[in-house]
Design a protein around this ligand. Structure first.
Ligand code: HXC
Length: 510
């Protein structure tokens, strides 16, 4: 008996060493943790239960039969994050560069199947060189099996990807179909084809960082939802994200014990809006003063900063916050902002996370760049997302709600449940100046008359009361009572039941 116990221990020890100590040292020298070290940070202490530690590849080409490493380049299993189960897989770069073989793929799909069957979130840690080149089509088939499961799990369980090294070729598309992608600055990059292929095909000379580093994907491409300075920080932030998310589309929202009073009054909000309508203010101040303990987990912070999206809690329960940001482009809606917010709204709706929307929007951004870039279609995404969402929707107009953007931003007409406005709200087709110049074109040269018309327009329309008189706004509220009013509304909406007509799926303008 003793020798089989010893053999197990030896086999485990060998598997834990992955591709060997020299490759582990090389990994550390690059400032990266190993797959197992990463799981140690991500999961609660001692909670990791490993699957398939002894799996080996079956390739016999290119002398591969002599190169065997237990685990085959990916560590899989499950553990807990603050007590809640999650399934995990972590690519082990020390074994064939974390590349995906047939058996490596099977390990991942086993975990995907378990996660879906048990309605449990799944987190993938990527650090890999794509398809196992020696395996050819067997590796491609493996990717296909992973992708198919990503799609079936989408909207059922949260799927999170963290890119912690190279992520190229076949490895990029699985993360792309998950709900959130995080990257590590300077050590991770993602692209479909690398710099050498780019050079051959388009004659462009770029580095890996320029082609697909964290700064590109969090700003320009918006492929990634955020980036962190190192492995540990990234994994700790993912733990924080998981705490906000329900385990599945049928699970209850997580509820944290909080001491922050839901009726807390924030007098400073009464002076948040500047006297001049053209002066900006930071909507994140409003968000932080509304949610529990000022704890706001922002998503896509560096992309389309004219709209802010992220998670907070009210009375310990998660809410999705969407807010126009007057500090950036006056909070205008452009294509990028619309796509960013639409995806976030849809995520929240999938997982029954109520939406709190703060509105201060001067409209959609005019111009050829936007129109040629498909603003109509991209703006429609946000409109579509809000209109189809059946979760509780609470909207607070703080200042401008002009034109089509008024409709889009979770208005009453898109089934907003509770629509409030601050006394400073201006709900109108457009700003006073533009309106007067159109309606009173004949007086355009008479400055006094224009000033008088403008004043009249402002008095009549640039307030919340015209909308409130029609019931489009349920109440005009004091800014200092925003948290209290939102908390009460959320409580009232806890049992909300609303179903869209049956359909196979909708046809959102992609
Ligand atoms: C097999 C691989 C591998 C791969 C790396 N290795 N990539 N083995 N298949 N795809 C091995 C190396 O041989 C090496 O083994 C070890 O991993 C570490 O690799 P290095 O090159 O030494 O590391 P580094 O210099 O850090 O470079 C990492 C890398 C580079 C940038 C990822 O290895 C690389 O470019 N790999 C190939 C990437 C690629 O073209 N993949 C195929 C994509 S096509 P030893 O034994 O020396 O430690 C694809 C199609 C799928 O994925 C499409 C599905 C839709």
């Amino acid at each position: 008996m003793t020798h089989v116990l010893e053999e197990l221990e030896q086999r485990r020890e060998a598997a834990r060493l992955g591709g060997g100590q020299h490759r582990i040292d090389a990994q550390h020298a690059k400032g990266k943790l190993t797959a197992r070290e990463r799981l140690d940070v991500l999961l609660d202490d001692g909670s990791f239960e490993e699957y398939d530690m002894f799996v080996q590849h079956r390739c016999t080409d290119f002398g591969m039969e002599d190169k065997q490493f237990a685990g085959d380049g990916v560590v899989t299993g499950w553990g807990t994050i603050n007590g809640r189960p999650v399934f995990v897989f972590a690519k082990d770069f020390t074994v064939f560069g974390g590349s995906l073989s047939e058996t490596h793929a099977r390990k991942i799909t086993k975990i995907q199947d378990m996660a879906l069957k048990n309605r449990t979130p799944i987190i993938g840690l990527f650090d890999a060189g794509g398809a196992r080149i020696q395996e050819g089509v067997a590796a491609l088939a493996g990717y296909g099996e992973v992708f198919q499961r990503n799609v079936l799990a989408s909207g059922v369980i949260p799927q999170i990807s963290v890119i912690m090294g190279p992520c190229a070729g076949g490895d990029v598309y699985s993360p792309a179909m998950t709900d959130f992608i995080y990257m590590v600055r300077d050590t991770s990059y993602m692209f479909v084809t690398g710099p050498e292929v780019v050079k051959t095909v388009t004659n462009e000379t770029v580095t890996s960082e320029e082609l697909g580093g964290a700064s590109i994907h969090t700003t320009k491409s918006s492929v990634a939802d955020g980036a962190f300075d190192n492995d540990v920080d990234a994994l700790l932030q993912v733990r924080r994200l998981v705490d906000f998310l329900p385990s599945s589309n049928t699970a209850d929202l997580p509820e944290l014990a909080v001491i922050d009073d839901p009726s807390r009054i924030e007098n400073s909000l009464d002076t948040l809006i500047p006297d001049s309508a053209n002066k900006p203010y930071d909507v994140k101040e409003l968000i932080r003063k509304t949610v529990d303990d000022g704890d706001f987990f922002e998503v896509q912070e560096s992309h389309a900063a004219n709209i802010v999206v992220g998670f907070g809690r009210i009375e310990g329960r998660t809410v999705g916050v969407v807010a126009n940001q007057p500090m950036v482009l006056a909070g205008v809606l452009d294509s990028d902002a619309s796509r960013k917010a639409a995806r976030f709204v849809r995520f929240c709706d999938c997982f029954n996370i109520p939406l709190v929307t703060f509105v201060d929007v001067p409209g959609f951004l005019p111009g050829t760049a936007q129109e040629y870039g498909g603003l109509i279609k991209h703006g429609a995404k946000l409109l579509f997302a809000y209109a189809e969402a059946t979760v509780p929707k609470i909207t607070i107009i703080t200042r401008k709600a002009y034109g089509g953007a008024y409709d889009v931003m979770a208005s009453k007409h898109l089934r907003g449940d509770v629509n409030y406005a601050w006394p400073s709200a201006q709900i109108a087709v457009m700003g006073a100046r533009g309106a007067v110049e159109i309606i009173f074109r004949k007086d355009i040269k008479d400055a006094d008359k224009i000033a008088e018309h403008t004043k009249n327009y402002e008095d009549r329309f640039l307030s919340p009361f015209v909308a409130a008189e029609r019931g489009y706004i349920d109440d005009v509220i004091m800014p200092h009572s925003t948290r209290r009013r939102v908390s009460k509304a959320l409580k009232m909406l806890r049992n909300k039941k609303l179903e869209n007509p049956w359909k196979k799926h909708d046809n959102i303008p992609l």
